[in-house]
Design a protein. Sequence first.
Length: 51
Amino acid sequence: MELPLSLLIFMLNRELAAVFHYEPGMEVSALPPLRTVTDAELAVEGVELAF
């Protein structure tokens, strides 16, 4: 059975675009949403971040 990986990636990108209101390449100055974390987001209790 072959998995249509390109279709899965397309579906994932569509879902993420809806969640983050971001489409890559549409605005040159916009940073990707997962690369921009604010101090307030880092201070949320109960969330562990590993870099």
